[in-house]
Design a protein around this ligand. Sequence first.
Ligand SMILES: [Fe+2]
Length: 314
Amino acid sequence: MIIGSEKDVTTAVLGELERAKNPRLRQIMSAFIRHLHDFAREVKLTEEEFQAAIGYIVALGKHTSETHNEAVLMSGSLGFSTLICLLNNGNRGQTETDANLLGPFWRMDSPPTPNGGSIVRSPTPGPALFVDAWFRDTQGKPIEGAEVDVWQSSPEGFYENQDPVQADMNLRGKFTTDKDGHISFRSVKPAGYPIPVDGPVGELLRAQGRHNMRPAHLHFLVYKPGFKTLISQLYVPDDEHIETDVQFGVTRHLIGDYIRHEEACTQAPDVKSPWHSLQHAFVMERGTARLPKPPITGKSQGERPAIPHLEPAE
Ligand SMILES: [Fe+2]
């Protein structure tokens, strides 16, 4: 098609899409082209702004490596990751769901750990945390034999694969649910952490006057054939950024029941007060068990990274 006016461009691209054999690809690409072209029309995108946008996409790629995924951070910072999660779980976002963001730091092959064991694998400061989690189907029946990966940042705000100071696999473990669908483990209370701001995501946050903090949370990934793989996080309610997560991950249902204890801890005499406990019952939907591709595969070397905290605009 020879282009006669700006409107013809959209028609021409949509026309060429008809050649695509895959109907789902046709559906996705035609909606994408229509919205993309209409977006440029609505904001009257200038040539300078268009060039900046291209540079931005290039920068997303350049800032992604084996140890860092800028695209995941960008998607989260735009609320897109949570939107996709809610559109695909909990009756398309209409009912409560335990599903949440994967984030960039999940690793395959977390060390198998017996129930009741500790995931602290190198000296890690911070108050002790004892976690009990139950996994049930939508009828409330316990799910036995599910593999549960847990992972979290240290109280200094680093995952071990970002942090050369921590032992390999520190604050990670793989548990198997017992006949009651239950796992338990010991850890330290997680802390909130800043997301890196040395790339295009940082530029976006500064331009918007936003801070770069995630509220403290524990991650879960639960795998059992016959069930849709459950990816979840449990957030710490007293975190100062619980209302303003830079990745928009906090849903009301996943604000965890973290309880602070001043009394002596009977289950572990070495524990100093205060210590914390957390209990949560997760629901898994029937479906296909699939593992995601780990967003990063490498481990940071050298110095512990210095990640600045951005101050939010008033
Ligand atoms: Fe996280």
